[in-house]
Design a protein around this ligand. Structure first.
Ligand code: SDX
Length: 379
């Protein structure tokens, strides 16, 4: 068997959750183009579509929203655990540890029970924003802000962070960002989730492993790296030297390139439109001017290699304009991608097969055991 590095292009599972055409730049959730969902849907309705396979009826939708609204709170013991993390702990480390701890309070009954799937989905979608916002408060020495059940999903998230009520159009832009980040076929964190899911581990453990995979700078952590790069460049005039220097040193430009898309990531195009809408409300920032120059110069060099902006290139500028700290950007990605992970988890365990791939062995055979006193200093 030939080794395919990173399993590039190797199908790991069958799925109906989402579809990507990397050449045409198409992304569909359950057959519906993301452009349609961004225009007409919202994050919770899209989450229902992804997880349960169809757009909810009015009754299904109202129950789902109501259940999520009333499950946002964290048990005081979970808050106590968070209060004992070091203040400098990265929000993704806090999120991964706390999601794992959540599972201790909701022990798995029958892992294949539909009711249990619904319950786990509600708990995780409802509580991840509360964990993210609570850590933002706790690390600054403040008490967490209790969720306000009168507020919608995104407005409540900002309220739990700042006790302020954001403008409805700002909440709507953020909600659309969550739709765009909710799902993306067999990416690294979804694959990590499925490997753990295939052992029939509980969903909190499964999602904790997915959070670990998402935190890496080549995956969900790229949005944080993009902003750091733009801030390091500082001025549009400095972009060309910076980018050409990086490329000369064979370094990667964060927010560019994709294992599947060899054209513009459709999400990047929509995120830029959302950014334009936000600029109309909040005014243009220098970071945006630097980003546009980075896009121009990088494409001069990399477009011919099929390397274009991906989902992470513009999202960070939006989040920063919304007052979200840079090190929380990947937690925002996780707040959305939990729905895609849940969809794949629920789908895969229905026809479960334990993941156990093979390897290409390159080591030696039949070596003798050498007693300690006889060992020369090796290596
Ligand atoms: C996400 O899989 C998903 O769907 C992920 C995601 C999702 O929604 O779940 O879409 C979210 O993770 C988006 C990607 C975020 N990551 C980054 O922005 C980090 C920077 N991007 C790269 O590291 C890279 O593009 C990857 C990892 C995303 C994809 O790389 P591949 O397909 O594995 O390609 P490769 O590493 O084999 O590189 C092929 C060539 C190399 O050059 P050569 O050695 O052939 O000369 O392309 C070059 C690479 O150096 N290249 C880049 C580059 N990405 C690839 N060169 C400069 N800058 C880049 N960003």
């Amino acid at each position: 068997m030939e080794l395919i590095p990173g399993l590039a292009g190797v199908p790991a599972a069958k799925s109906k959750v989402s579809f990507v055409d990397g050449k045409k730049g198409i992304l569909e959730y359950r057959g519906i183009k993301i452009e349609e969902l961004v225009k007409n849907s919202n994050f919770l309705e899209t989450s229902y579509l992804l997880i349960f396979g169809h757009l909810p009826t009015k009754k299904e939708y109202e129950k789902f929203v109501d259940d999520i609204t009333h499950h946002r709170r964290l048990k005081f013991r979970i808050i106590d655990v968070m209060k004992n993390f070091p203040e400098k702990a990265h929000p993704m480390d806090v999120l991964q540890s706390t999601v794992s701890a959540l599972g201790m309070f909701y022990p798995s009954k029958d892992i294949l029970d539909e009711e249990y799937h619904y319950e786990a989905a509600v708990h995780l979608i409802a509580k991840i924003p509360t964990i993210a916002a609570s850590w933002f408060r706790i690390r600054n020495g403040d008490e967490p802000v209790k969720p306000d059940d009168k507020l919608d999903f995104t407005t409540n998230f900002f309220y739990m962070m700042t006790e302020q009520i954001v403008e409805p159009e700002v909440a709507r832009i953020f909600d659309k960002c969550l739709i765009l980040h909710a799902e993306h076929t067999m990416n690294a964190s979804t694959f990590a989730a499925l490997v753990v899911a295939s052992t029939l581990a509980d969903p909190y453990t499964v999602m904790s492993s997915a959070l670990g995979a998402l935190s890496g700078p080549l995956h969900g952590g790229a949005n944080e790296e993009v902003i750091k790069m733009l801030m390091e460049i500082g001025e549009p005039e400095k972009v060309r030297d910076y980018i050409e220097n990086k490329l000369k040193n064979k370094e990667r430009i964060m927010g560019f390139g994709h294992r599947v898309y060899k054209t513009y990531d459709p999400r990047a195009k929509i995120l830029e439109q959302l950014l334009q809408e936000l600029i109309k409300i909040k005014g243009e920032t220098k970071l945006y001017k630097v980003a546009k120059e980075v896009e121009k110069v990088t494409l001069e060099h990399l477009a011919k290699k099929g390397i274009y902006p991906n989902v992470d290139f513009y999202s960070g500028i939006i989040y920063q304009m919304l007052g979200i700290p840079v090190d929380m950007f990947t937690s925002i990605f996780a707040m959305a991608r939990i729905s895609g992970w849940l969809a794949h988890w629920k789908e895969y365990i229905k026809e479960n097969k334990l993941f156990r791939p093979s390897q290409v062995y390159e080591g030696e055979h039949n070596l003798p055991y050498i007693p300690l006193e006889k060992r020369e200093k090796t290596g």
